[in-house]
Design a protein around this ligand. Sequence first.
Ligand code: SF4
Length: 369
Amino acid sequence: MMINVQDPMIDIMQKARKGDELNRDEIAYMYNEVDIKKLGYVARILTDHITGRQVSFVSNMILNYTNICNVRCNFCAFYRTGKEDDSYTMTADQVVERLKQFDSLYGIKQLLIQGGVNPDLPLEYYTDMFRKIKENVPGVGINGLSTSEISFIARKEKTSVKDVLISLRESGLETIPGAGAEIFSSDVRKVLGRPLNSGQQWLDVMETAHSLGIRTSATMMFGHVENAYHRADHLLALLKLQKKYNGFLSFTPWNFEPGNTKLEKEGLVTRRVGGEEVLRNIAISRIVLNQRLPIIQSSWLTNGVEMGQMSIYFGANDWGGTIYDEKVIPATGKMVGNLRKETIIRALKGIGMFPVERDNRYQIIKSYV
Ligand code: SF4
């Protein structure tokens, strides 16, 4: 890889190698100007310094316990108002039965459980569900509820987010997924149909969780109406919070799937971004977050196994999960398959990487080298 000595990417690379923080102009420059191959080259070198050729994955299951939601985002094809025939809310027993069914087949280590923001469900619904999950499948780590769900429960119960989190943790909640971050900018969130303060709310709930010692994930949804500076500000906001408590376990950049969403119907987003943009976001995330947030997850779920493999070359070091029973992406009309862990191991070995299986807390439980 030839990099010209006049190239501003040289300075960026040197700063990243030293662990210095990049500024928003440098990040936006990488989004707007830099050749994707250069980004991949730098991102992979940084990743090699963090985890070498080791790439983790988890045997997980995503369970969407309700599709009833009172937020009604313009980018969401999954939610129902509660009046439609296909609206549903699972009971705690149904959730446990479903989990047991998959656990007996696949040995589930992580349960990502989230739904819509269903106004009828009290805190007790969740505490009861989490307790039953841990009683029946004690080996599974509950990675549960978006910040929107947690904030709503606090409002409904007329209590604080902190007290809700403490109750949820006592009932079995282990970690919180990063859903709902989208892009923090209020201008972007307005178009997405998210409540205006919801970006700050996401950061506040995560900060409260981190201050209690509850680890969480972080995400960014790109490829809709945002620009390079919105993405840069998003990454820098995550970095700022990470420096306070080191509470984020991983970061996943997702590309927006426009199918069946209001944004698509209104012509605001007519197509999904291509693979080049996916890889650019993976690489820039690595260069910006670097050692501070060492796990970057590939998004094979929407982009397929081959793009998952390419993401590893561009700086990802976690494959994500096997994923069973997810319903949000299929609602956009995009078909997603489940992966057996043997397929993930084969995919990783096929590109010269060392697969390791992890649990919900990113602790390695088995090596397949
Ligand atoms: S993205 Fe989540 S909060 Fe928004 S409408 Fe869909 S289910 Fe509700």
